[in-house]
Write a protein that binds this ligand. Structure first.
Ligand SMILES: NC(=O)c1ccc[n+]([C@@H]2O[C@H](COP(=O)([O-])OP(=O)(O)OC[C@H]3O[C@@H](n4cnc5c(N)ncnc54)[C@H](OP(=O)(O)O)[C@@H]3O)[C@@H](O)[C@H]2O)c1
Length: 309
C-alpha cells in the first residue's frame, strides 16, 4: 500500500547521509525511492530517471549524491575533479529536469551544497546572506551545484539548498575514518587546530532535511551546521574525551597536504565560521547543538543507531 504522505525521491540515497535520511523518512511514514548508479529494490538508476521521470506520487525530491572528495585512494587530478563536479552538478540537474518534466509536481526540491561556499577565516561569521562561491575550486563548485537546483519560478516547486558542514556520525564520513586512530589514542588536531570546523551531527542534518521538506517557510539557502562554532582542536578534544583517550597528537599540515594535495586538504586545514541563522529562524530545534554531547553519541563503544541502520 502506498503512503499517504507520498514518495520522497533521494538521489545518492545509498550513501552515509542518504541512508540515514531515507530511514528517518520511512519512519515518519513516507515511501522512499533512491536514485543510484546501481539498480536494486526501491531504486531507480539515473538513466531510468531520465527515461521514465518521477513517479506521480512524488511529494519531495532530494539530492545528496556526490563523489567523496576526500577519498584517500584517489589522486587530486583534473579527471578526479571533473568526477567530483559532475557527480554533484549533473545529478542535481537531472533531478531538476525530471521535476520540470513531471506532470504531477512535487512540493519541494531539497539539494545539498557545502560550507566551502564561504571563504575560510578565523574571525568573520557567515550566515546565508554572506558572499562567497567564487574564490577556489570548491567554492565555485558550490555555486554551480546550487545553480543546478534552480527551477523556473512559475513551476511552483519550493527549492531549498543546504550548505552542509562536516557531518559527524558513526556510520560514515569523517568519524568512520577517525574512530580507530582516536580509539588508539593516536588522534589529535589537524595542523595548529585553530581553524574553525563547521560541523553538524548526522541526526540534525537528516532532521534539517525533514524540516525543509515539511515546512513551507523554509526556502532558498540554509546553512546545515550546528549552532556551536568550534575549532578543529575543540573537535579533537571532545572526541578524545568521549572515548576516554588522549587526543593531542597533531596531524601536521604538510602531511595532510602531501596526502590529499593542498587544494582539497583545505577542507581539513582551513575552515569557516558558519551560523545556522535560517534553520533557527524557521524553528528548527537541534538535537545536538554542542560538540561534547554529539561526540558522546557517536563514540559509544557498543553502537546501535536506529537512524542509520
Ligand atoms: N559527509 C559529510 O561530512 C558531508 C559534508 C558536507 C557535504 N557532504 C555532501 O553530501 C553528499 C553525500 O555525502 P555522504 O557522506 O553521504 O557521501 P557517501 O556516503 O559517499 O554517499 C554519496 C552517494 O553519492 C553517490 N555517488 C558517489 N559518487 C557518484 C558519482 N560519481 N556519480 C553519481 N553518484 C555518485 C553514491 O550513490 P550510488 O553509489 O548508489 O550511485 C553514494 O551513495 C556528498 O555530495 C557530499 O559532498 C557530505
Amino acid at each position: 500500500m502506498s503512503s499517504q504522505l507520498g514518495t520522497v525521491v533521494i538521489g545518492g540515497g545509498t550513501g552515509f547521509i542518504g541512508t540515514a535520511l531515507g530511514n528517518t523518512l520511512k519512519r515518519r511514514g513516507y515511501d522512499v525511492l533512491v536514485v543510484s548508479r546501481k539498480p536494486g529494490a526501491y531504486r531507480m538508476t539515473w538513466t531510468e530517471l531520465n527515461n521514465k521521470g518521477l513517479p506521480d506520487a512524488t511529494t519531495a525530491v532530494v539530492n545528496v549524491a556526490g563523489q567523496n572528495v576526500l577519498d584517500p585512494t584517489r589522486r587530486w587530478t583534473e579527471g578526479f575533479k571533473q568526477n567530483v563536479w559532475a557527480s554533484r552538478v549533473n545529478t542535481t540537474r537531472y533531478l531538476a529536469e525530471a521535476i520540470e518534466k513531471a506532470s504531477v509536481k512535487p512540493r519541494v526540491f531539497v539539494s545539498m551544497s557545502g560550507v566551502g561556499y564561504y571563504p575560510p577565516g578565523k574571525s568573520e561569521e557567515f550566515d546565508e546572506s554572506s558572499p562567497g562561491g567564487d574564490f577556489d575550486f570548491l567554492s565555485c563548485l558550490c555555486t554551480d551545484w546550487e545553480s543546478a537546483a534552480d527551477l523556473p519560478q512559475d513551476l511552483g516547486v519550493r527549492t531549498v539548498k543546504i550548505r552542509t558542514g562536516v557531518v559527524l556520525g558513526r556510520q560514515g564520513g569523517m568519524i568512520q575514518q577517525l574512530i580507530v586512530p582516536f580509539f588508539l589514542g593516536l588522534g589529535g588536531p589537524v595542523g595548529s587546530g585553530d581553524q574553525p570546523m563547521p560541523w553538524i551531527h548526522i541526526h540534525d542534518i537528516t532532521g534539517l532535511y525533514v524540516h525543509a521538506i515539511e515546512n513551507e517557510n523554509v526556502t532558498g539557502v540554509v546553512n546545515g551546521v550546528a549552532p556551536q562554532i568550534i575549532t578543529n582542536r575543540d573537535f579533537a578534544k571532545a572526541f578524545g574525551q568521549a572515548l576516554w583517550r588522549p587526543s593531542f597528537i597533531p596531524l601536521p599540515t604538510f602531511a595532510v597536504n602531501f596526502m590529499f594535495s593542498e587544494e582539497r586538504a583545505k577542507i581539513m586545514t582551513e575552515g569557516q565560521k558558519v551560523v545556522p541563522k535560517k534553520a533557527l529562524n524557521t524553528g528548527y530545534v537541534f538535537q545536538y547543538p554542542n560538540i561534547s554531547e554529539a561526540a558522546k553519541e557517536f563514540s559509544r563503544i557498543i553502537y546501535a543507531d536506529e537512524i542509520s541502520t
